[in-house]
Design a binder for this molecule. Structure first.
Ligand SMILES: *[C@@H]1O[C@H](CO)[C@@H](O)[C@H](O)[C@H]1NC(C)=O
Ligand SMILES: *[C@@H]1O[C@H](CO)[C@@H](O)[C@H](O)[C@H]1NC(C)=O
Ligand SMILES: *[C@@H]1O[C@H](CO)[C@@H](O)[C@H](O)[C@H]1NC(C)=O
Ligand SMILES: *[C@@H]1O[C@H](CO)[C@@H](O)[C@H](O)[C@H]1NC(C)=O
Length: 140
């Protein structure tokens, strides 16, 4: 019984470690911050980054991804004062950011994904952990 309990706890610890790994600041930065992003560069950037998509193929294109056109620091600040907490670990920025949303088709595969980009201004909504952004929340 004790051994079983121990195994369960170990499993839970391992799972949460995996979750943390999958939602790190490093991942967030790679997926969502690109100061030089432009609408017309979605196809280039997405085929280079090959962000995992959900689709019929192993290497299906990610259907949608948003890049914030700002420095790391400006986005981090949303977690530590430049954003308003709106419940849980979620923060909405106090001022708008320029973002580019890239939309593609999961029926296509990397590196042959076609993307359409759209740039707009939005007060970004992000999830923070230890004062660092770890999730980008899509608000339509
Ligand atoms: C577009 O993206 C590619 C790949 O990330 C990069 O090499 C290139 O410099 C970018 N072009 C512009 C105009 O930003
Ligand atoms: C599927 O993805 C795995 C890991 O990324 C890779 O090793 C494998 O070759 C891929 N299979 C196909 C059919 O593309
Ligand atoms: C969004 O940013 C504007 C400043 O441009 C600010 O006036 C507004 O309060 C912000 N909205 C929210 C929900 O934080
Ligand atoms: C992807 O393919 C499926 C099956 O052929 C189709 O139903 C779906 O509409 C396609 N999706 C897009 C975005 O083209």
């Amino acid at each position: 019984m004790e051994i079983r309990m121990f195994s369960l706890v170990l499993l839970l610890v391992m799972c949460s470690a995996l979750l943390l790994e999958a939602q790190s600041w490093k991942d967030f930065k790679n997926k969502h911050i690109l100061g030089t992003m432009t609408e017309s560069n979605c196809t280039n950037v997405m085929n280079e980054k090959k962000l995992p998509g959900i689709g019929p193929y192993n290497s299906s294109c990610k259907e949608r991804n948003t890049f914030i056109k700002a420095t790391d620091k400006l986005v981090q600040n949303v977690c530590t004062g430049a954003g308003k907490p709106v419940g849980g670990n979620i923060y909405v920025s106090n001022f708008p950011f320029s973002v580019v949303t890239c939309k593609g088709n999961p029926n296509q595969t990397y590196p042959n994904c076609d993307y359409k980009g759209k740039e707009y201004m939005i007060n970004i909504t992000i999830g923070c952990k230890n004062n660092l952004p770890v999730h980008y929340h899509i608000v339509d």
